[in-house]
Write a protein that binds this ligand. Structure first.
Ligand code: UDP
Length: 371
């Protein structure tokens, strides 16, 4: 990757992030920016397993600023982060602010940049689920309408923006930075073999699952139904449990249902990628997993009402209502090898692994005043 250090003064680009997927998808941009980058961590995800270990594995230094807004309500988090970012920008305004995705942190970064009239870059712009019940949908729509440079992963995302009247020169199709993140950290065949051996797993004979969305884990009936079905899949199910979901299972008294699956701590990124790539299939409500599956070519049952990632729907991803997991998965199980073969040659719609370089070019132009 080109070295952009000289073109930009130290600390001139503030990258605002606060969760695991933001670190994953901004890692190569941060590294490419070098000393020009000032990482501001809001603390939305504050524990080691969901944040620090991800910075470490991508070789990113400790954030220069940590705002500590974890464990609050949505409105509390957004309000506190906007206010703290405002103080920071008032003290020393960066030339550009970069945010990614659709979290409360993303929106807070966008609002603070807007209030201080600092040009805003939105990485992974233009995604739409058209499901207004999801807070993430509002976060991404609002951020897109505030952004000056919108780095969209696909033509579908560009078309979504055009429908909302956002079709200026600042909309650039870059691909999705998740591709370089996965390609950079996916363990090789030997490491994957060792990973499975250390956990007593057989390739293609287990299911990997993640759940953390409020729509699934904040409702005792839904969460219970999900866990019940995971326990009945007829395969070993490995469930790295998000701390939020673990807390909810305890609150709702669902611990007995966890006994039918193998609950483990959230995994580091390379481990999670290695186990995903060797699994029979995944069952998840994650956004990022849907994209990653198209890179390591595994099918995913996505337990959600909608997806903002239609590019992988019907190939790598099947959407399931909360009571349809067993039915969908058992269809696949009948001949999982055939399913894997059918996916093996489908290219990922998320690009060539150079999205971060294109995003960096856009940021450099903004900082140097060419854009
Ligand atoms: N992930 C991980 N370890 C785990 C579970 C997930 O590294 O134990 C990664 C996964 O590969 C994906 C990201 O975390 O890139 C997804 O994070 P999350 O589900 O929290 O957010 P979302 O993608 O739904 O925004």
């Amino acid at each position: 990757m080109q070295d952009h250090d000289n073109a930009m003064p130290p600390g001139s680009v503030a990258v605002v992030l606060g969760t695991r997927p933001e670190i994953i998808k901004l890692a190569h941009v941060i590294r490419g920016l070098g000393p020009a980058c000032r990482v501001v961590h809001t603390g939305q995800h504050f524990d080691f397993g969901l944040s620090e270990s991800f910075l470490e594995v991508f070789g990113i230094a400790e954030p220069s600023t940590f705002l500590g807004v974890g464990g609050m309500t949505r409105v509390g988090q957004i309000g506190a982060a906007v206010s703290a970012l405002g103080d920071l920008f008032a003290e020393e305004a960066p030339r550009v602010v970069v945010v990614q995705g659709d979290t409360n942190t993303t929106l807070a970064g966008a609002l603070a940049a807007n209030a201080y009239e600092i040009p805003l870059v939105h990485v992974e712009a233009g995604l739409r689920s058209y499901d207004r019940r999801m807070p993430e949908e509002h976060n991404r729509v609002l951020t897109d309408h505030l952004a000056d440079l919108l780095c969209v992963p696909t033509e579908t995302a560009r078309a979504n923006l055009a429908r909302e009247g956002i079709s200026h020169d600042g909309v650039v199709v870059t691909g999705n930075t998740v591709v370089e993140a996965v390609l950079g950290l996916m363990p090789g065949p030997e490491a994957r073999h060792d990973l499975l051996a250390s956990r007593g797993l057989t390739a293609g004979r287990y299911v990997l699952s993640t759940f953390h969305r409020p729509e699934n884990v904040d409702d005792p009936d839904r969460f219970g139904l999900i866990l019940e079905q995971l326990g009945e899949l007829g395969h070993r199910v490995v469930l790295p449990l998000h701390p939020r979901s673990r807390g909810m299972a305890r609150t709702f008294g669902l611990e007995s249902l966890l006994e039918a699956v193998e609950v483990i701590e959230p995994l580091g990124y390379p481990e999670f990628l290695g186990l995903s790539a060797e699994s029979a299939y995944l069952v998840s409500d994650s956004g990022g997993v849907q994209e990653e599956a198209s890179i390591y070519k595994r099918p995913v049952v996505v337990v959600r009402r909608s997806t903002e990632r239609p590019e992988v729907l019907g190939t790598f991803v099947r959407l399931a209502h909360v009571d349809e997991i067993t039915e969908l998965a058992s269809g696949w199980l009948a001949d999982i090898e055939a399913v894997h073969d059918s996916l093996a040659d489908i290219p990922t719609p998320y690009g060539d692994g150079h999205a971060s370089e294109r995003i960096l070019e856009g940021i450099v132009s903004m900082v140097s005043g060419d854009a």
